[in-house]
Write a protein that binds this ligand. Structure first.
Ligand SMILES: Cc1ncc(COP(=O)(O)O)c(C=O)c1O
Length: 394
């Protein structure tokens, strides 16, 4: 059994599939039939790799965090996705999908965004490749991630507020899906995480898998072996985590840790810790673990970080959870803030609030002195400065 890729129907174990309204069948089927052939072609790979190298700035460093390592008496390496162009891992997927959309002859791009990083990445790729770009974003996220809204607008994207439900990421996905149904022939929907109907979870995981591909050769170069003892990443929908875990999930010696957003606490009624609170259900076109009431109504999530404020996880991660292949932690808002300030103080790196959830695992788990622990620093904290400053002055 492999954890890496789904079966031909898009299932990771019991999770995945494609649950879409009839009007989206042609689009989803077109993608299902063509995505592997297109993205595995030499022409596509060369074009994308050139962009990743010269435009995005890959490979991103694998940084040995000496001060953090000393504090936690282990060996901590940070995979610096925060140093990518536009400030997070999201650009790896956005560029790949915009290239794919061009090959499919689509002229119009839509996307959803939570923290704004996927929206900025998509708007950036669309500016580069001269495509129309519309980004759906929850009204609450528009307020709390204002710098990214400004960036999207400057890049030429239209930002459309999602005003239903909790006015956050889930609601933005709903609006984007609605748009796609109405504009199925002209439009490609660039999903920003490993969620949605098959083939999106696999497509996005493949574009993000460059993260673990690089970790392997970078570790080999630094310590003489390709596999760490632990890989750790935060999970919203799960794309930076899927990319970080991808080349390690089928290597039993590598332990995998996912950090979810606990919000005010798992039992507070204001949380986004899906594996702790969720049950099997269908959300946004795939079967996975979802926070829902007994009669299937989605429960509104809460997290201080817009990128983790989502009531589900991708089927890739649901399968890891179900099979105990990954250990899941729930990290609360205040704990994430604590880790953000700690990294800033110890290493001079201001992380995104999302990534700070992964950093907090250092406090939750005891590592051995000679363990090699790789944490994905999925993004930089510029977008979160207002939240940080609010807590700095308290
Ligand atoms: C910096 C950063 N990290 C993590 C995430 C969470 O998304 P995912 O779980 O798909 O990596 C986001 C989402 O916006 C983000 O901006």
């Amino acid at each position: 059994m492999t954890y890496k890729n789904p079966d031909k129907n898009g299932y990771y174990g019991e999770f995945g599939g494609a649950f879409v309204p009839e009007m989206l069948y042609p689009n989803v089927e077109e993608l299902q039939h063509n995505y592997i052939e297109i993205i595995e072609s030499e022409e596509f790979k060369t074009e994308l790799n050139d962009l990743l190298k010269d435009y995005v700035g890959r490979a991103t460093p694998l940084y040995f965090a000496k001060n953090l390592s000393e504090k936690y008496s282990t060996n901590v390496y940070l995979k610096r996705e925060d140093l990518n162009h536009t400030g997070a891992h999201k650009i790896n997927n956005a560029l790949g999908q915009v290239l794919l959309a061009k090959k499919l002859g689509k002229k119009r791009i839509i996307a959803e965004t939570g923290a704004g990083q996927h929206g900025v990445a998509t708007a950036t790729a669309c500016a580069l490749m001269n495509l129309e770009c519309i980004v759906y974003m929850g009204e609450i996220d528009i307020a709390r991630q204002a710098p990214n809204v400004a960036r999207m607008k400057m890049l030429g994207a239209k930002v459309v507020p999602a005003t239903s439900g909790s006015k956050t990421l889930k609601d933005a996905v709903n609006e984007a899906l609605r748009d796609w149904i109405n504009n199925a022939t002209t439009t490609h929907y660039i999903i920003g995480s490993v969620v949605g109907p098959h083939p999106f979870p696999d497509l996005v995981a493949r574009f993000q898998s460059v993260i673990s591909e690089e970790i392997k050769w970078q570790l080999k170069e630094k310590i003489g072996r390709k596999n760490p003892d632990y890989v750790i990443a935060c999970v919203g929908g799960g794309s930076n985590a899927a990319g970080t875990f991808y080349h390690f999930v089928d290597e039993p010696s590598v332990k995998i840790i996912a950090a979810e957003a606990g919000g005010f606490g798992v039992n507070s009624g204001k949380s986004a810790a899906t594996t702790f609170l969720g049950t099997t259900g269908v959300l946004h076109g795939s079967k996975s673990i979802v926070m829902q009431t007994n009669d299937g109504q989605v429960i509104e999530p809460h997290s201080i970080s817009a990128g983790l404020d989502y009531p589900g996880i991708g089927p890739f991660h649901a399968n890891l959870f179900k099979n105990n292949r990954a250990e899941f932690f729930s990290i609360n808002d205040d704990e994430a803030l604590e880790s953000a300030f700690e990294l800033t103080k110890l290493e001079g790196i201001i992380p995104a609030l999302e990534s700070s959830h992964a950093l907090q695992v250092l406090k939750k788990k005891t590592f051995q002195k000679d363990d090699v622990v790789v944490i994905c620093l999925s993004g930089r904290g510029d977008k979160d400065m207002e939240t940080y400053l609010k807590h700095l002055s308290q």
